[in-house]
Write a protein of this length. Sequence first.
Length: 202
Amino acid sequence: MAKAPKTSGTTTPKTEYIAEWKHYAVVSMIADLGTQFVQSKEYGDRNVRQLYVMRELPEIKHVFSEDKGKQSVVFGNTYTFSMWKKAKLRSVVENILGKPFKDDDVADDYDVADLIGRSCKLSMVHNGDYVNIFSIIDCDLNDKIVPELEFKTLFLDDFNSNTFGTLPSWLQEKIRVSPEYSERVSTTTWPVEETTDSNYPF
């Protein structure tokens, strides 16, 4: 019988406050990033429409800033904005919903904004300095666990400047480089909040 060699020592991830376990999570933000330039050894360099999905883990609290005290932990992922049968986003949506789509047409018609407020269980694993999602399992909404963050959605095809102004600054900058942003909203002006990142623990 062959066994994998044991590693010498252990590595504590930067996000050690997220234990390797199944954590209750609620989808709190969905943001259309527009078309982004992606470099990949597997697929090569290409332009891809992307979607950012953030979940709040309301049972896990951590002090990111002394003046704010303990805040809920959030965990976000960027996906190719596609509901093709082999797309990662489709798999994630099906896991959150707890069932596969009947066919490609049903999947293509699904409104991803419907994920907002939906609950799931994230099975987390440590990977060096970071923690990753190993699996996503659907679960019922727990009324006793109240999320702290306001639910938000942003789609460039139906742009809302007020919502955009409340997104974390790093997310705003990423969206600004997309051609969809330039085409649809470059002539739009709106007030940008100076405290954009104040409600987000990152």
